[in-house]
Structure formats: structure tokens, C-alpha cells
Design a protein around this ligand. Structure first.
Ligand SMILES: *[C@@H]1O[C@H](CO)[C@@H](O)[C@H](O)[C@H]1NC(C)=O
Ligand SMILES: *[C@@H]1O[C@H](CO)[C@@H](O)[C@H](O)[C@H]1NC(C)=O
Ligand SMILES: *[C@@H]1O[C@H](CO)[C@@H](O)[C@H](O)[C@H]1NC(C)=O
Ligand SMILES: *[C@@H]1O[C@H](CO)[C@@H](O)[C@H](O)[C@H]1NC(C)=O
Length: 315
């Protein structure tokens, strides 16, 4: 037998072995990436440690408060106290305790599941939704998260009709129907007390603006953002710029935490550069206010660029 004849089968065998190892490694690797959720792609789970996203996103912060998470870290407590006037605040611990006798004390939306594909739409209030015809796309999501008073009635074709979560603060509160989670952003203990009182005594203390003394909402579906989560969004996502994150930006990070895929509608200016609401005209100077800072908008654009969210601008 010649040297060549012996050599050839040996090469083929070792090549096959290498091929098998590579294929096996690939299949386990693909398996590992896709078991994190049941959607076609699970953007959060494909992130490497140290990536732009991983440096900001921290799954250990849970967006919603339960009695378990009602004790604030020193850092969160300090940050939260800075937002509020010193005088006239009720005792945080007492209000929280009373509140969880009225609303469910549940740990919502913990963890992920390989069988779950939860698609969420966050719908902002930008005028770029006008004539967008996004309604059907929005309603096809599992969760539809709306912000402040952004209405659906009369705007269904562009913004849809479904609302699973509506994120509000006392001054922006509106009634919600019996299938919507009212989600409170509390900037101070007084806001938590307000929530308690609208469902109990209907006697609310006024701060600097008028707030409603009753709200139509199913109390067994009311949720409250955890101040620790708000502090994390301010620090990790906004590098502490501005006094606090806006309701809209909190909604986007909330969705990143609890959903497998996130679509974002109604943020930013329209194609002519106008900042407006789809349901009303706003003062031109509004965009320079603390809630329309371009940093938040740039962050949303960056998330879109990095395929963590899908942004729909209407143009
Ligand atoms: C996430 O936050 C927790 C609690 O603050 C912290 O201990 C942890 O180091 C953070 N993880 C990352 C990856 O930053
Ligand atoms: C609080 O945490 C404990 C231990 O993790 C858990 O058993 C309990 O169900 C939690 N309480 C609520 C209201 O979720
Ligand atoms: C309130 O929500 C609970 C839980 O989702 C539901 O079982 C109940 O029917 C709702 N009540 C009303 C009046 O819609
Ligand atoms: C929820 O509201 C709808 C329409 O507003 C009503 O038809 C339905 O009976 C309500 N459900 C409950 C459980 O009250």
C-alpha cells in the first residue's frame, strides 16, 4: 500500500470529526440563544456582557413595587427625596402599607420563559402618529402601553384601541376601562397618598396643580412604579441628566424589562420637525421642557439602531 493511499482516509476521518464538533457546537449555541424566548428573535438575550446595552440594562431592577420591594435603597431614597418638596410629605412606609391593602401585593412579570413571546407596543403622544395607520399593528401586540392622557377614542386608525397599561402621575391621570392596568409614576410620597385617597376617601391634598379626587379604574389592576427602578433609569440610562426620567421614557425601559420584543410609536417630532401631540396642539416651547429632552429621544433612537426596539416614526 502506498503512503498516499493510507494518508487519505485518515484526513477524511479527522475532517469529519472536526465537522461534527463544529456542527454540534453551533446547534447547542443556537439552542442556547433561542431558548430565552419564543419570538423569532429575542434581542435582549443576544447581548454579550460589556455591550452598550448590557452596560445600561440591569434585570435585577424590577419596575413595579410590591411590599417586598417597598424598602428603598439608600441611593434610591436619597434620589427620590431630592425630587420632592421637604414639607407636607406623608410617611412613606405608612402610605405604602395602606396602599397594598387596596391594590394587589404581587410581584408582576418576573423572569423570562423559553415558551413566551410577549410583544409590546409603547405608544407615545407625538403628532407623528397622525395619518400613520398604525392602529392595527399596535392592537396586534400583547401589551399596549400608553402614556398620560393619550386618547384612543376617535384616533383608532392611527393609535389603535387596545390599552393594557396606562402610565400616569397624579396631575396627568385619566379614567381607564376595566381591562387596563393603571400604572402610577410617583415622584413623591404625596403621589402615593393621592392614589390611596382617590380609591378610598376621595379627599386629596393639593400640591401646586389641580389633581383629580376620583379615578375610574379597577383597583385590582393598579400598579405602582418602584422608585428604585426610576432611580436606575435616571442613572444607568440617562447618566443623571435632567431631574428625572419622563413618563414616556420610563414606559420604554419598563417594556424592555417585561417584554420579549418592543415596538415604539409616537415619540419625537413629525417629518417637518414639529413637536406636537396627535390629539391637541401644544405650545412650541414645550419641547425644551424637562420631559422632552433630546437625550431621551437619542437613547430611543440608539435602541432602535441596535435592534433592541423597533421604532415607528410615521414617516
Ligand atoms: C445591577 O444592579 C445591582 C443592584 O444595584 C448591582 O448589584 C449589580 O452589580 C448590577 N449589575 C450590573 C451588570 O451592572
Ligand atoms: C416576597 O418574597 C418572598 C420571598 O422571595 C415570596 O415568597 C413572597 O411571595 C413575596 N411576596 C409577594 C407579595 O410577592
Ligand atoms: C377587575 O380586575 C379583576 C382582575 O383582573 C377581574 O377579575 C375583575 O373582573 C375586574 N373587575 C371589573 C369590575 O372589571
Ligand atoms: C368591562 O367593561 C365592559 C365595557 O366597558 C363591560 O361590557 C364588561 O361587562 C366589564 N367587565 C366587568 C367584569 O365588569
Amino acid at each position: 500500500m502506498s503512503w498516499r493511499a493510507l494518508r487519505k482516509p485518515a484526513t477524511v476521518t479527522s475532517l469529519s470529526i472536526i465537522l461534527c464538533i463544529v456542527l454540534y457546537w453551533q446547534s447547542t449555541n443556537i439552542h442556547r440563544q433561542t431558548t430565552s424566548c419564543a419570538c423569532g428573535s429575542c434581542p435582549k438575550q443576544n447581548e454579550d456582557e460589556g455591550s452598550w446595552f448590557s452596560k445600561r440594562f440591569n434585570a435585577s431592577f424590577h419596575p413595579l413595587m410590591s411590599s417586598n420591594s417597598s424598602v428603598l435603597s439608600e441611593k434610591a431614597s436619597k434620589w427620590w427625596k431630592r425630587l420632592q418638596p421637604r414639607k407636607g410629605q406623608p410617611n412613606y412606609g405608612e402610605v405604602v402599607e395602606k396602599l397594598f391593602q387596596i391594590i394587589p401585593d404581587k410581584e408582576y412579570y418576573r423572569g423570562t420563559s423559553p415558551d413566551r413571546c410577549r410583544v409590546c407596543s409603547v405608544v407615545g403622544n407625538s403628532g407623528n402618529l397622525k395619518k400613520s395607520h398604525y392602529g392595527r399593528l399596535i392592537d396586534a401586540s400583547d401589551f399596549v402601553i400608553r402614556i398620560n392622557k393619550g386618547p384612543t377614542k376617535g384616533f383608532e386608525q392611527d393609535v389603535g384601541s387596545k390599552t393594557t397599561h396606562r402610565i400616569i402621575y397624579p396631575e396627568s391621570a385619566v379614567d381607564v376601562d376595566n381591562s387596563t392596568h393603571l400604572v402610577l409614576v410617583a415622584f413623591k410620597p404625596l403621589d402615593l397618598e393621592w392614589l390611596l385617597n382617590v380609591f378610598t376617601t376621595h379627599r386629596v391634598r393639593h400640591t401646586y396643580t389641580h389633581v383629580k379626587s376620583t379615578i375610574k379604574a379597577n383597583t385590582s389592576m393598579v400598579m405602582v412604579f418602584n422608585p428604585s427602578f426610576m432611580q436606575y433609569v435616571h442613572e444607568a440610562w440617562l447618566k443623571k441628566q435632567g431631574p428625572q426620567p419622563s413618563t414616556g421614557f420610563l414606559a420604554v425601559v419598563f417594556a424592555l424589562h417585561i417584554c420579549d420584543q418592543v415596538r415604539v410609536f409616537g415619540f419625537g417630532a413629525d417629518k417637518d420637525g414639529t413637536w406636537d401631540h396627535y390629539f391637541e396642539r401644544i405650545r412650541p416651547s414645550f419641547k425644551t421642557g424637562q420631559h422632552k429632552g433630546t437625550l431621551e429621544y437619542d437613547m430611543i433612537r440608539e435602541l432602535d439602531k441596535r435592534h433592541q426596539i423597533e421604532m415607528y416614526r410615521g414617516w
